[in-house]
Design a protein around this ligand. Structure first.
Ligand SMILES: Cc1cc2nc3c(=O)[nH]c(=O)nc-3n(C[C@H](O)[C@H](O)[C@H](O)COP(=O)(O)OP(=O)(O)OC[C@H]3O[C@@H](n4cnc5c(N)ncnc54)[C@H](O)[C@@H]3O)c2cc1C
Length: 406
C-alpha cells in the first residue's frame, strides 16, 4: 500500500512531487474528483498565476497560529520555491510594487503543465474522476471510498482545498472527511471576495480603479487597514484592497460583531495634510473649478460623484469654496463609507478562511495529531493569505513538508 494524496490542486501536486523525489521508485497515488486537474491554478492571478511573493512572512496570513505558519514557511521558503520552479522549467519574475512573482510566460498554463510533467516524470500516478466520499480507518491504513470502487492507502494526505470556486472541485467535502477522522473545523467563510454595497454610488463608477486605503472597524479591535487598488463595480467594490478587507468584514459578521467598512480615497493623507493639499490647490489655481482641481487628487468621475453626494457645487471656483465645505469634503474623502450589503460569496472568493485548526497538525510533518497516518496540507487548514501569491506559497511549503514526511 502506497501513500495516497487526495486532491490534485497546488498543495496536492506539490506533496506528490516532493514525496516522489524523496522516495524514487515508490509509487505515489494522486487522486482528484475532477476530470481535468488544476482548474484553480489556471484561473489564478487573472490567468497568469501569481506563484508566490518576493517576501513572505507569517504576518501575511490570518487564521491559526503564526508559529506553525512560520515553521512551515521556513521549511520551504520563497527561495526554494523559485529554485523548484526553475528546475521544472518555469522561470519567475517579480512585479513591483507588491513583489508578486509570475511565470515569465505570464501564463498559468505553464505552471500547471510543468507541475504535471514533473509529477509524471517522478512516477506519480494520477487518478482523475475519483471523488473520495468517505475515508475509513483500517488497522493497516485507510480505505478511500469512491463512487464505484475503493482505494487502499497506508498513508493519506488530505489536500482537498477549501470551498472557494466550488466548480473547480473544491467543494468543501474535505472538511467532512477530516471531521470523520477526528478533526474539528473552525467555521469557514469566503475570503478575498468582492463586496456588494448598498445604494448606487458605485454603479455609476463601474470600471474605475483608484488607489485607496480600505478600513474595517470591528467593535473593540484595532482597525484593519488595506492599502492598494480599489475597483468600483456595478455591484459594489473589488480590487486588492477590498479583497483583503473582505475577510475581516466576513469574520466579524460570522461572529455577530458590529462592523463598518470605509475607504480613505486620499490614502496616506490625514485631515491636516489633505486640508493642506486642498488649500495648496486653491493657492495655485484659485479660478479653477473645484471638480477639475480635485481631479489632481483622485479620478475625476469619483471626485464628481463625491461632490454630488455632498451637494457641493463642482463648478464653484476654488477660491470660492467656503472653509466649512472644504472641511466637510476632506472629512468625506478620508472616511468614505462603503455600506456592505454582502460579500459575493464562494463563487467569487479566492480563498477560504477557517478550516482544520493548525493546532491539530504537527508542523514538522503536516501529520494529523488526531489520526495517525493522516496528513493535511494547503487550504483545508485554518490559514489564509492576503492577496499577492501567499496562498500558493502556503500550498508549496505545506506540500513540501508533507512530501518529506510521507
Ligand atoms: C480566482 C482565483 C484566483 C486565485 N489567484 C491566486 C494567485 O494568483 N496566487 C495565490 O497565491 N493564490 C491564488 N488563489 C488561491 C489559490 O488558488 C488557492 O489557495 C490554492 O489553489 C489552494 O490549493 P489547494 O491545493 O490547497 O486546494 P485546491 O487548489 O482547491 O485543490 C483541491 C483539489 O482537491 C480536489 N478535491 C476536493 N475534494 C475532493 C474529494 N472529496 N475527492 C477527490 N478530490 C477532491 C479538487 O478537485 C481540487 O482539485 C486564487 C484562487 C481563486 C479562486
Amino acid at each position: 500500500m502506497n501513500p495516497v494524496v487526495v486532491g490534485a490542486g497546488a498543495a496536492g501536486l506539490a506533496t506528490a512531487i516532493f514525496a516522489a523525489r524523496r522516495n524514487p521508485g515508490r509509487e505515489i497515488l494522486l487522486i482528484d474528483s475532477a476530470r481535468k486537474i488544476g482548474a484553480k491554478i489556471l484561473v489564478s492571478g487573472g490567468g497568469r498565476c501569481n506563484v508566490t511573493n518576493e517576501v513572505v512572512a507569517p504576518a501575511d496570513f490570518r487564521g491559526g497560529s503564526s508559529n506553525v505558519v512560520r515553521r512551515v514557511l521556513n521549511s520551504f521558503p520563497v527561495e526554494k520555491t523559485v529554485s523548484f520552479f526553475r528546475e521544472i522549467g518555469v522561470a519567475l519574475h517579480a512585479e513591483p510594487p507588491e513583489g508578486k512573482l509570475f511565470p515569465d510566460t505570464n501564463r498559468a498554463r505553464t505552471v500547471l503543465d510543468a507541475l504535471v510533467t514533473e509529477a509524471e516524470r517522478r512516477g506519480v500516478r494520477l487518478v482523475t474522476e475519483f471523488p473520495v466520499r468517505e475515508v475509513r480507518r483500517r488497522d493497516e491504513g485507510f480505505e478511500l471510498v469512491g463512487p464505484d470502487r475503493t482505494i487502499f492507502a497506508r498513508t493519506v494526505v488530505l489536500a482537498t482545498g477549501g470551498r472557494s470556486l466550488p466548480k473547480t472541485g473544491s467543494d468543501g467535502t474535505g472538511y467532512r472527511l477530516a471531521q470523520s477522522l477526528g478533526h474539528t473545523t473552525i467555521p469557514t467563510t469566503p475570503a478575498l471576495e468582492p463586496l456588494m454595497l448598498e445604494g448606487d454610488f458605485h454603479a455609476a463608477l463601474t470600471g474605475i480603479s483608484q488607489e485607496a486605503e480600505v478600513v474595517v472597524r470591528v467593535e473593540s479591535e484595532k482597525p484593519f487597514r488595506a492599502r492598494g487598488s480599489l475597483l468600483w463595480t456595478h455591484l459594489g467594490a473589488s480590487g486588492p484592497a477590498v479583497l483583503d478587507a473582505s475577510r475581516v468584514w466576513r469574520r466579524a459578521r460570522l461572529e455577530g460583531r458590529p462592523v463598518t467598512v470605509c475607504a480613505n480615497l486620499l490614502p496616506g493623507d490625514d485631515f491636516e495634510s489633505a486640508d493642506r493639499r486642498l488649500l495648496g490647490l486653491t493657492g495655485e489655481q484659485p479660478r479653477a473649478m473645484l471638480r477639475n482641481a480635485l481631479a489632481a487628487l483622485l479620478p475625476a468621475r469619483v471626485a464628481q460623484a463625491v461632490l454630488d453626494r455632498l451637494k457641493i457645487e463642482g463648478e464653484m471656483q476654488m477660491a470660492q469654496l467656503p472653509r466649512e465645505s472644504r472641511r466637510t469634503l476632506v472629512r468625506a474623502l478620508l472616511d468614505w463609507p462603503l455600506p456592505v450589503r454582502d460579500g459575493r460569496g464562494w463563487n467569487y472568493a479566492e480563498v477560504t478562511a477557517g478550516g482544520v485548526p493548525l493546532g491539530e497538525i504537527n508542523p514538522a510533518t503536516m501529520a494529523s495529531r488526531k489520526c495517525p497516518g493522516l496528513h493535511l496540507v494547503g487550504e483545508i487548514l485554518d490559514v489564509d493569505g492576503r492577496i499577492g501569491g501567499f496562498n500558493f506559497q502556503w500550498a508549496w511549503s505545506s506540500g513540501w513538508v508533507a512530501g518529506q514526511a510521507i
